[in-house]
Design a protein around this ligand. Structure first.
Ligand SMILES: [Zn+2]
Length: 476
């Protein structure tokens, strides 16, 4: 391909406040339609908005975590457009002076190198209601009206689909770590628009861009980008122009369709919101929020690598969610062996069971301390490492402790030296002929004798002890 791909993402995140941005209505996705509304969020004449302080705190914390400068003096604006799920006829947002500007996050690019992606702005705004279209009717639910959002506008620093989804994942993870958003894409807590243009390699001027709206999974972000690159490249190759359009992506067909052509900022006739005072944030407030930021994913990755001596790959997987990171720390803390072992068991065995059963780590049938117990039983030779996987399966299926599962399965390893010695002696008597041949030089029969002993112990003999004792009896 002769083109360079220029991508910028706009991410909308619902803030997880209890109440809405400008009124005290509860935010609830489960409430009956149109029951969480009041004169303010249903836009009755004369009703006035009052800014939710918690939403401001969440927005500032997000902007700080995204390394933005906090604007001590920001303000709200009206973005005017008509849609039935927007009863005011405008959305309250921040246009010329958003709460945060000029930030960045670090991601891994397609070659695995660290890359900074710039963040142009973080602005506070509100969500709309929800329309449901059915045969012959459209239904409006205003429960979501006025839910506080932040929009995170990324700089056009992204160059391919993989980088875009890495960036999106990182933003999601940061917001969830902060506790400011649930970050659940299926429930619409987090939505993403992709801006994409192509330019000839070496050009400095940007090409005409299109915007693909409302992508609700990492996969749909990647697929939409791949499709849009192909579509724009084909247009440019055949000498045609890319039109500035807003598009909708259909993940089932893998294609986009045009929602509207040309959407310039001017169309919205932005003007200052007269019913809300400018938002003034003091240095002291910013400092306090900064000090209260939790440990964020990048810092946690670094700490995990140092504190637990695990490689980057492990630390990256284990910090991908706050719950998983917590699970690992609890398990590694209670396990008496090396943390890398706990990491392997979580990443391979546990996550496999969790993915297969469609569960999630927070509700894992095997709690972190029980996983540690299981591994400690391997460490002190109560059970063999080989049987531990079956024990784990039983613990998971029956939601029982490691000790209980071992007892129920009868797989406790025999590490009693004198008991083992008796069993080995019995084996050697049973196979006197092979013992004789072994002693005359057929050393390969050693493996056979180990196997027979194992069989006599029903697989529960401690392999190391069997080895020691058998050698002593045969060669000593
Ligand atoms: Zn309300």
């Amino acid at each position: 391909m002769n083109y360079e791909v220029i991508i910028g993402l706009e991410i909308h995140a619902q803030l997880a406040t209890k109440t809405k941005a400008w009124c005290s209505c509860e935010i609830s996705t489960k409430a009956f339609e149109n029951t969480k509304v009041c004169p303010v969020c249903s836009a009755q004449p004369g009703a006035l908005p009052v800014l939710n302080e918690k939403a401001v705190e969440y927005a500032i914390s997000s902007a700080l975590a995204l390394n933005c400068k906090i604007n001590p003096h920001s303000s709200f604006d009206r973005k005017n457009y008509f849609y039935p799920d927007l009863p005011k006829g405008f959305q309250i947002t921040q246009f010329p002076s958003p709460i945060g500007t000029d930030g960045y996050i670090s991601i891994k690019d397609s070659n695995g190198n660290e890359k900074k992606v710039g963040i142009e702005r973080v602005q506070m705004e509100e969500d709309t209601g929800k329309s449901t279209h059915m045969a012959g009717a459209s239904l409006i639910n205003l429960n979501r009206c006025g839910t506080p959002l932040i929009e995170i506008v990324g700089k056009p620093d992204i160059r391919d689909a993989k980088e875009a989804s890495e960036y999106y994942k990182k933003i999601q993870s940061i917001l969830v770590y902060l506790g400011v958003s649930h970050g659940n894409m299926q429930e619409g807590n987090l939505r993403c628009d992709v801006n994409l243009s192509l330019r000839k390699k070496g050009d400095t001027k940007f090409g005409t861009r299109t915007e693909v709206k409302n992508l609700n999974s990492f996969k749909s972000v990647e697929k939409a980008i791949e499709h849009e690159i192909q579509r724009q490249a084909a247009l440019l190759d055949s000498g045609k122009k890319v039109e500035q359009q807003t598009l909708l992506f259909n993940i089932d067909t893998g294609t986009t369709k045009v929602m509207r052509t040309k959407s310039n900022a001017d169309d919205y006739r932005y003007f200052p919101e007269p019913d809300l005072l400018p938002l003034i944030v003091s240095e002291a407030q910013i400092k306090k929020l900064k000090e209260n930021l939790p440990e964020l994913p990048d810092a946690k990755i670094k700490r995990f690598m140092q504190q637990y001596s695990i490689p980057y790959y492990d630390a990256d997987v284990l910090t991908s969610s706050k719950e998983l990171a917590q699970y690992f720390e609890t398990a590694a803390g209670a396990y008496k062996g090396e943390a890398k072992k706990a990491s392997n068991w979580i990443m391979v065995e546990l996550l496999k069971l969790i993915n297969e059963s469609g569960s999630d780590i927070a509700k894992s049938p095997v709690p972190a301390l029980e996983l540690a117990n299981l591994l400690n039983f391997v460490l002190d030779d109560t059970i063999s490492g080989k049987i531990a996987k079956d024990v784990m399966q039983k613990m998971y299926d029956e939601r029982i402790s490691a000790a209980k599962a071992i007892e129920k399965m009868g797989v406790k390893q025999i590490s009693d030296t004198s008991a083992l010695e008796e069993m080995i002696k019995k084996t050697l008597t049973e196979h006197a002929a092979e013992v004789d041949r072994y002693r005359k030089g057929e050393v390969k029969l050693y493996g056979f004798l180990v196997g027979q002993t194992m069989k006599n112990t029903k697989g529960q003999g401690n392999p190391k002890l069997i080895n020691d004792i058998l050698k002593k009896l045969l060669d000593g």
